[in-house]
Design a binder for this molecule. Structure first.
Ligand code: 0A1
Ligand code: ZN
Length: 896
């Protein structure tokens, strides 16, 4: 069906929210599944919402073929207004029957009902259910569902939907049926069905209360040997939510199904989670430690949505962070709680903060900046962002900091008691946490705290220290500010919890005596809650100028400015008991060197970037017997090009790249024997185990190998590249194998080619591994300026497909979003190629296209000639007459 698009798509505004004019009490769906033409019979019991003025019934639809509309069994008159089916003059309660068909085989958007490798899947969040039937497709309409699935038995032996299987049997002509009833009311976005040839790993578990549950992980038959980790992650998630928050599994049966065609990571449909294969399938031969860890988080994330999202859902899509920020916070806490010790927990925290700062901070400073609770959108799919997810999680984390861990658990209990079975708002959440902790600072500051929901942008906290030797006091003066963001020129002060401590110059941590609070217990870490633009705190009894450790554990999502001396940073790097700030000190030192060379105009080649003190400190960390390998790996990894670029007013991406590469080369060479030592020290002989401790050892060995190959590149030595190739061949797990391959490819060694060919030959039937193969090449360093040509060639490879989102991402995103040194070309060829891919993808899958369209979000920061060329490439996309509203919204905002 031809889709006519509005010339000017209209924005949906939060302030326009109105309760629905009608409720849907029950939905009875019958599917006759056929890839070319699926028939959907939808019978609903509807009732007028008597709290709002009388209005016609307006049902949402998208790309549906309508065959019949019956009201109480009689043909009814209706009209179409755009995509909406409108019925006037209805009784206060009635039964509505709608019969439609759709074509899942042609559904390349992967929203609604689609086919992937001969199996039917659905994706309904946010507005996909309207592609299945006409409906009140909004999250505050919650209904009871029963679903009849009918299909050919041999082609689709497994028929799944939400809830419990209540009946199944055969039908004439080789067909069969299954009937499912979901015991919980839910919004349409949580509906799901799956039908196809799948097999399941099953496990029965007994909950604390003695109730039995059936857990299933469904995959294609060749993948059953890759489901153990997902199943274990699910079991751990169930136990954790019950232990930490008292939230039990409320279903007899909980299913996870994997599909290789999926726009996002996974989806929390009630009782029937649908996952991208990337976040389910793992065995040691095909998955890396990072894959294992991501699977654990995503399985946890989707499972935790069963309460934070499904039992209590969002009133409208502006409240998306209500479920996403909270659920990311919960999955982060889950992963931390699974760690065996404090060091592993700190490593997880550093990794989370790194994601926030390299992805969310740029978003908050760019054209797509929006509050955690946005005020308007054109296409809601564009708002599944790092701001809603990761910054939203930081907002929840700050609440926990302000009320304490126990108080927060009390707040969560109250939230679920109050709102179970309802669709609510971010205000309701914050209110519950505050009400459960009436004496807390959160309760006292709630209206101001909620500015975190309404104001976009990353606050900056400028801090100065003043030591008074006579009074033996140390004072910290704080000034907070926040730059304007689109539509918000003035920002009011935020509530910012700043956890801090003080170190003596010899590195000893000091006991804190707060001036004006002499009765307080002596502590070594204190959380100061900033509420004003200017504020200060004074510590008494300080014998010499201390080194402040500010924003410990990254206690608030802000940029902290403090004019540390190099000596102070070295003290923190060597001694801070707070591992986050210890790591941060190293990052600040590296950043400082990078920025001074970038802005100096000096020749990069031949300039020694890093001073001896820094190199010695890095050696000290690498050789430190008391630190874990995972932590060492984080400290010895330089800040990313994206993060460095964010600190600059004007960005020459080639210079940023060249400087960072020079720093890497210097660390590789200067620490050569230390890297050799670290590599040898971090070899595991036992059976493969993806736990944080062993994963950390492999990570550090992998970094060592990269450095050894880089150093060999400089010296012309061939010993380490040879050893690396051998390691690549002999590796007993994907982590070691891929790290070795990466070391050869990223150092540009000639041996990389044969390793790549061998890798492809070994794994040609493992789609997720082939994604890695594409991605590594598209992300490889552009030493001769030929990565763009390579990327073009990769797109012609028989294994490449633009329709498969994972594959498209593995080539196109790896080049455009993760390889700045290759993408930002002075001849603009990278940008032109990017704009062509956005346009091409937009016709297939607007969600994926709109994400790719964000690769040049920060164009206005670029130096010439990049800036003009980037703008032109964006304008080229924007000029297309037939863009989806997804992509149109992104490019329009970029050019505004
Ligand atoms: N709610 C899911 C994310 C998700 C959102 C939209 C989707 O449509 C393509 C798919 C998944 C989560 O947070 O995991
Ligand atoms: Zn989520």
């Amino acid at each position: 069906m031809l889709q006519l698009r509005d010339a000017q798509p209209v924005a949906v505004r939060r302030e326009d929210y109105a309760a629905p004019a009608w409720w849907i009490d029950t939905v009875d769906l019958t599917f006759d599944l056929d890839p070319a033409k699926t028939r959907v019979l939808n019978r609903m019991r509807m009732r007028r919402n008597t709290d709002v003025p009388v209005q016609p019934l307006r049902l949402d639809g998208d790309e549906l073929n309508l065959a019949r509309v019956l009201v109480n069994g009689q043909g009814a008159s209706f009209r179409m207004e755009g995509d909406q089916l409108v019925i006037d003059a209805l009784p206060d309660a009635f039964e509505l029957e709608i019969f439609t068909t759709c074509c899942p085989a042609k559904n390349t958007k992967l929203m609604g009902l689609f086919v992937s490798e001969d199996t039917f899947f659905t994706q309904c969040e946010a507005e996909g259910f309207r592609r299945i039937t006409y409906f009140l497709d909004r999250p505050d309409v919650m209904a009871s569902y029963q679903v009849m699935l009918r299909a050919n038995r041999s082609a689709y032996p497994v028929l799944l939907s939400n809830g419990n299987l209540v009946e199944q049997g055969d039908l004439p002509e080789g067909r069969h049926y299954a009937k499912w009833v979901d015991p919980f009311k839910k919004p349409s976005y949580l509906f799901a069905l799956v039908a196809g040839k799948l097999v399941a790993r099953e496990q029965r578990i007994k909950a604390r209360n003695g109730k039995e549950h059936l857990l299933q992980v469904y995959v294609r038959s060749g993948d059953l040997d890759k489901t153990e980790h997902a199943m274990n992650s699910l079991i751990h998630s169930i136990a954790w939510d019950e232990a930490r928050f008292g939230l039990p599994l409320d279903l007899d049966r909980f299913m996870i199904v994997a599909t290789s065609d999926f726009n996002m990571g996974a989806m929390e449909n009630k009782g029937l989670n649908i996952f991208n294969t990337k976040y389910v399938l793992a065995n040691q031969a095909t998955a890396t430690d990072a894959d294992y860890s991501n699977i654990e988080s995503v399985v946890g994330h989707e499972y935790f949505h069963n309460w934070s999202g499904d039992r209590v859902t969002c009133r409208d899509w502006f409240q998306l962070s209500l479920k996403e920020g909270l659920t990311v916070f919960r999955d982060q806490e889950f992963s931390q709680d699974l760690c065996a010790d404090a060091s592993a927990r700190a490593v997880k925290r550093i990794e989370d903060v790194r994601v926030l700062r390299t992805s969310q901070f740029p978003e908050d400073a760019g054209p797509m900046a929006h509050p955690v609770r946005p005020d308007s959108y054109i296409e809601i799919s564009n708002f599944y962002t790092v701001t809603i997810y990761e910054k939203g999680a930081e907002v929840v984390r700050m609440m926990q900091t302000l009320v304490g861990r126990k108080g927060f658990a009390r707040g969560i209990t109250l939230y679920f008691e109050r709102h179970d079975g309802h669709a609510v708002t971010c205000d309701d959440f914050a209110q519950a946490i505050a009400d459960a902790n009436p004496e807390s600072e959160l309760a006292a500051l709630l209206p101001q705290f909620k500015r975190w929901y309404s104001q976009a942008g990353t606050p900056r906290v400028a801090t100065q220290g003043h030591y008074d030797a006579v009074a033996r006091t140390y004072t910290l003066n704080f000034t907070q500010s926040c730059a304007p963001t689109p539509g918000q020129s003035i920002k009011e002060p935020f509530v910012i919890p700043v956890t801090l401590g003080l170190l003596a110059q010899d590195g000893q941590e000091l006991t804190l005596h707060l001036a004006g609070d002499e009765d307080a217990d002596a502590v070594r870490s204190h959380t100061l809650v900033l509420t004003q633009q200017h504020e200060s705190v004074t510590f008494n009894g300080i014998d010499s100028e201390p080194v402040p450790s500010i924003l410990r554990g990254f206690s608030a999502p802000v940029r902290l400015d403090f004019e540390y001396t190099d000596a102070q940073l070295l003290t923190l790097l060597a001694n801070d008991p707070d591992p986050f700030n210890r790591w941060e000190a190293g990052q600040r030192l590296a950043l400082r060197s990078a920025i001074s060379l970038i802005t100096s105009g000096a020749d990069v080649v031949g300039t020694t970037t890093l001073n001896d003190a820094f190199v010695d400190a890095m050696r000290g960390v690498l050789r430190n017997p008391t630190l874990d390998s995972a932590f060492k790996e984080l400290v010895l990894t330089l800040p990313s090009e994206t993060y460095i670029a964010e600190q600059l007013e004007v960005v020459d991406p080639q210079r940023v790249h060249a400087v960072r590469e020079a720093m890497r080369a210097q660390l590789a060479t200067a620490l050569f024997s230390d890297w050799e030592w670290a590599y040898e020290q971090n070899q595991d002989t036992g059976a493969y185990n993806p736990d944080p401790l062993s994963a950390g050892r492999r990570a550090l060995a992998g970094l060592a190998l990269v450095n050894l190959c880089l150093a060999a590149r400089a010296s012309g030595d061939s010993v380490w590249p040879g050893k690396t190739l051998q390691r690549f061949k002999d590796a007993g797990n994907m982590t070691d194998r891929f790290n070795a391959l990466n070391a050869l490819v990223s150092s540009g060694h000639a041996l990389a080619q044969q390793a790549l060919a061998r890798f492809h030959a070994i794994f040609k039937n493992e789609a997720l591994v082939i994604d890695k193969w594409f991605s590594l090449q598209a992300g490889s360093p552009d030493r001769g300026g030929n990565v763009l040509a390579l990327v073009k060639q990769l797109m012609k490879h028989p294994d490449f497909s633009l329709k498969n989102p994972n594959r498209a991402r593995s080539v196109i995103f790896s080049y455009c979003s993760a390889n700045p040194g290759a993408f930002h070309r002075a001849d603009a060829a990278g940008y032109v190629w990017w704009s062509d891919r956005v346009i091409e993808l937009d016709a297939i899958n607007p969600q994926v296209a709109a994400r790719l369209a964000r690769a040049l979000d920060r164009w206005s920061k670029l130096a010439e000639p990049y800036r003009s060329a980037a703008r032109e490439a964006i304008a080229r996309i924007a000029a297309r007459p037939d863009l989806s509203k997804d992509t149109q919204e992104v490019v329009t905002r970029a050019l505004a």
